[in-house]
Design a protein around this ligand. Structure first.
Ligand SMILES: C[S@@+](CC[C@H](N)C(=O)[O-])C[C@H]1O[C@@H](n2cnc3c(N)ncnc32)[C@H](O)[C@@H]1O
Length: 341
């Protein structure tokens, strides 16, 4: 990515990292410093440099919080008042630890697994249940640690009603913003099978991989980290099947295993934006091709151009039709009716 584009990306940090005042401020620091932009430019193609750079620095600080920079992170001390400028400490940290940061940026992926997105998955599956009475196979593309694939083991509080497993240690609260009552999160279709595909499925039993997942959560988002920890414990006790590889290659193989007559729900959340721009058409075509052999319900929670970065759209494509079921903020703190178009 050219430096001008990179600088614009980091200048947009206050909106991209809306719930992280620290990353909002650090964005301007990176955008104004060619030495930091050069480090950010090391991100792998298709990976957002801003997420990767901030996560890499956070990961190194979590491992060793001895640098002054740790004093600005709520996860490693946060002794400094927010009005103090974190720029000099961040710049020094990145230049001192450049080799470690670059190694992480070459080897790691943006794999944030946001547990609250399970509410959107349930909402979409409840709609699928009204369209087919058959048991379905759920395939999640970009499943990261597989936390969303265990959606039916969690408890949900949505729009004034509760759903799911009351005794679950994973309690997901999502606001409903709409004049009409909140849509139902159930009943769900019977699940014939479930499987995830990811470029790099996160091994939930590996402490280092869990630390990387922790580092991906913006430092202020303590509640999100606690929820992730709870879900990791549930999933580590019974990890869903996941397959490593690019969905373009792996999805056709997985679909070939699904018995004829079993509808397939292909779900992805915050994944398409991490696919390199020149591969997105193939990504879309690979999913659409599932419809040649099986009844396909393509459910996605992704950015769409008219939402201008303020929300994701929960969309369901089936048959010849497509419907926006809802919109939601990226972390699914709230879900709302889709705007009329
Ligand atoms: C930002 S994470 C989102 C994870 C999860 N869907 C969620 O919403 O919590 C995006 C995930 O998509 C995966 N990914 C990106 N491109 C992919 C591709 N072409 N095939 C399979 N997985 C991909 C990444 O490795 C990463 O784990």
């Amino acid at each position: 990515m050219p430096f001008d584009d990179l600088a614009r990306l980091f200048e947009a940090a206050p909106s991209q990292f809306a719930t992280s005042p620290l990353y909002g401020r650090l964005g301007a620091v990176v955008a104004a410093d060619e030495r930091l932009l050069a480090i950010a430019a090391e991100a792998r193609p298709g990976q957002l440099p801003s997420n990767l750079l901030f996560a890499s620095a956070h990961y190194l600080l979590l491992r060793d919080p001895s640098h002054d920079l740790a004093a600005w992170y709520p996860t490693t001390g946060a002794a400094r008042p927010p009005e103090d400028d974190p720029g000099p400490a961040f710049t020094d940290f990145c230049l001192t630890r450049r080799a470690d940061i670059v190694e992480l940026m070459h080897g790691r992926l943006v794999q944030t697994n946001v547990v609250k997105r399970a509410t959107a998955l349930r909402l979409g599956l409840a709609r699928v249940a009204r369209l087919t009475g058959e048991p379905v196979t759920v395939i999640e593309v970009g499943c990261s640690a597989g936390l969303l694939l265990r959606f039916d083991e969690y408890h949900y509080d949505f729009g004034g009603r509760t759903w799911g497993e009351p005794a679950s240690p994973v309690e997901i609260r999502t606001r409903w913003e709409g004049a009409a009552p909140a849509p139902d999160l159930g009943p769900l279709p019977a699940i014939a099978d479930r499987v995830g595909v990811d470029l790099h499925p996160v091994d939930v039993t590996d402490p280092d991989e869990r630390l990387w997942l922790r580092a991906l959560i913006w430092p202020e988002n303590r509640a999100q980290a606690d929820l992730q920890d709870a879900a990791l414990r549930v999933v580590a006790a019974d990890p869903p099947r996941t397959v490593a590889g690019d969905a373009v290659e792996v999805l056709p193989r997985l679909v070939a295993e699904v018995p004829a007559g079993t509808p397939v729900v292909v779900f992805h959340a915050a994944t398409r934006l991490h696919v390199a721009a020149d591969r997105r058409d193939r990504f879309d075509q690979t999913i659409a091709a599932v419809g040649r052999t099986h009844a396909l319900f393509h459910l996605s929670l992704e950015a769409e151009p008219d939402l201008a970065g303020v929300a994701f759209a929960l969309r369901l494509r089936h048959g010849d039709g497509t419907e926006r079921l809802a919109i939601a903020d990226g972390h699914v703190e709230w879900i709302a009716e889709p705007p009329a178009r």
